[in-house]
Design a protein around this ligand. Structure first.
Ligand SMILES: Cc1cc2nc3c(=O)[nH]c(=O)nc-3n(C[C@H](O)[C@H](O)[C@H](O)COP(=O)(O)OP(=O)(O)OC[C@H]3O[C@@H](n4cnc5c(N)ncnc54)[C@H](O)[C@@H]3O)c2cc1C
Ligand code: SF4
Length: 473
């Protein structure tokens, strides 16, 4: 450990962001990568606490204190090697991870936590800049062929690991480009797509074959899949959106978040799309759903030139800091203000959407009602009660539903394979990621339900290990 008193001398200094007035005019990344000197200073705050809960808090188990120490001493390549040992996509988690590690940081118990996510990003970007990140040449091949269906973070991580084990891996993707939600969900202002392409180009050089525009289970039949591959990893995500089945839902101008975000991501990259344009320009936009997906829609609507943006959420406003319900080092449910929220708009909580009304077939208003929640019962369920006479209207020229996702898509691959599903409708596996079919495995959102990039990476890695054991013992 470099400086035992580093945390006493240096205050936490998180990323700088581009000024709001400048960044809302484009889709470029909003944050600025800190200088190497500043990152090394921040790394000095890691205080050799003895029991690094950050490592426990990070779903991929990153060696955080160790790489902070290497970084502080200027041993960047060693820091990179450690990071690479646990995380297949640090340049992505370094940008979009909610950083559970920081909530578990021991320094965070009575001071501001170490800037773990920023340090992770600093290491990997330094490694790319200095050429430490090179494609590996695979020595000998095992002769086993594995199909990975889906190219989101779970599919990419699984394929990367399987390829490192020496298996021949083909990744199938039904979209035109690789990346899953990293490509088509998360906006460029959080994750520019060249960052994804940079990684994929390395994986291609390492021997992974990517086939896009193929919907496995439909364009590529199940019998052929099972015959041609020794094992299959299903990493198709969890994309069935939660709908609002209320009066007026059929009006024009009401869209699901992923349809809206996918289209904008395609517009930024110049990809064609056949659906009608969804554009917030000059409109009053209401985003239903207070989570991260909703926040991405808020930022996108601002950039498209919305008149005003309102985000509503059915749940109550979370506390601004940890409560007794979420003691350190657990990941707390607290109010999060994203860079998109800083760019404008209003947020309302405890609001139930009752129905939509419209003019000439297009939505013009949302009718809302205030709700309150009773304290959770013994089963942890809290009851929602509508507050009488609290109905009011919000003008809405464009409505985006960002109310979460129910489960993996069933038609096509899942039904044609006939794999068992769990009670929520996701693909069921045993503890070794194996589905009800012997050589078919599953990982990521398709198995655990809509989650986080870092959990998808964790699942992809563990699933790859299970497949390797299954094939080679
Ligand atoms: C808008 C949005 C923003 C988010 N922002 C964040 C964030 O900031 N930070 C964070 O940590 N998490 C975020 N998440 C969650 C995170 O992106 C997901 O948990 C993660 O992408 C899941 O990875 P995955 O590989 O399991 O699935 P996905 O990323 O969904 O990828 C699945 C892929 O499988 C393909 N596929 C499906 N079926 C087939 C088939 N039959 N044949 C071929 N291909 C198929 C799909 O086309 C897709 O490309 C966000 C989610 C959304 C929706
Ligand atoms: S992947 Fe996420 S949780 Fe893990 S060290 Fe990076 S920021 Fe923290």
């Amino acid at each position: 450990m470099g400086d035992p008193k580093g945390f006493l001398k240096v205050k936490r200094q998180a990323s700088d962001f581009r000024p709001v007035c400048e960044r809302v005019k484009d889709y470029k990344e909003v944050f600025q990568i800190p200088s190497d000197k500043k990152s090394m200073e921040q790394a000095s705050r890691c205080m050799d606490c003895g029991t690094p809960f950050c490592n426990w808090g990070c779903p991929v188990g990153n060696y955080i204190p160790e790489w902070n120490d290497f970084m502080f001493h200027g041993h960047w390549e060693k820091a990179y090697r450690l990071l690479d040992a646990m995380n297949n996509l640090p340049e992505i988690t370094g940008r979009v991870c909610p950083a559970a590690c920081e909530y578990a940081c021991v320094l965070g118990a009575n001071d501001d936590p170490v800037t773990v996510r920023e340090n992770e990003l600093a290491i990997i970007e330094y490694a790319f800049k200095k050429g430490f990140v090179k494609h590996r040449v695979c020595g000998s091949r095992t002769g086993k062929r594995i199909a990975v269906v889906g190219s989101g973070p779970a599919g990419i991580s699984s394929a990367d690991q399987l390829n490192r084990y020496g298996h021949s891996v083909v990744v199938f993707e039904k979209a035109e480009k690789i990346g899953g939600i990293l490509r088509y969900g998360i906006p460029d202002f959080k994750l520019e797509k060249w960052i994804l392409d940079r990684r994929i180009n390395i994986l291609k050089k390492e021997g992974i074959k990517f086939i896009t525009g193929v919907n496995v289970g439909i364009d590529y039949g199940v019998p052929k899949l099972l015959k041609e591959f020794d094992a299959v990893c299903l990493a198709g995500g969890s994309r069935v959106p939660r709908d609002l089945k209320i009066e007026g839902r059929g009006l024009k101008g009401i869209h699901f978040a992923m349809d809206y975000l996918t289209q904008q991501n395609k517009r930024v990259s110049g990809e064609n799309f056949s659906e009608d344009l969804i554009d917030a320009k000059g409109r009053k936009v209401v985003v239903i759903g207070g989570g991260d997906t909703g926040s991405d829609c808020v930022g996108t609507a601002h950039r498209q030139g919305a008149n005003c943006v309102v985000q509503i959420e059915i749940m109550p406003k979370p506390e601004g800091c940890r409560t007794d319900d979420y003691p350190w080092p657990s990941y707390p449910m607290i109010l999060k203000t994203s860079t998109s929220h800083e760019e404008g708009g209003e947020r309302y909580w405890s609001l139930l959407t009752k129905n939509f009304t419209g003019k000439n077939g297009r939505v013009s208003k949302i009718i809302c009602k205030k709700v309150e929640f009773s304290k959770a019962d013994k089963k942890g369920c809290s009851l929602m009660k509508e507050i009488p006479d609290s109905e009011f209207e919000i003008d809405a020229g464009l409505v985006i539903i960002a109310a979460g996702f129910l489960h993996a898509s069933h038609g096509g691959l899942v039904d044609n394979l006939g794999v068992e599903k769990d009670e929520r409708g996701n693909v069921k596996t045993n503890e070794n990621f194996m589905t009800s079919i012997k050589n078919v495995f599953s990982a990521g959102d398709m198995r655990r339900g809509q989650s986080l990039v870092v959990w998808a990476i964790n699942e992809g890695r563990r699933c790859a290990e299970a497949i390797d054991k299954f094939l080679l013992g």
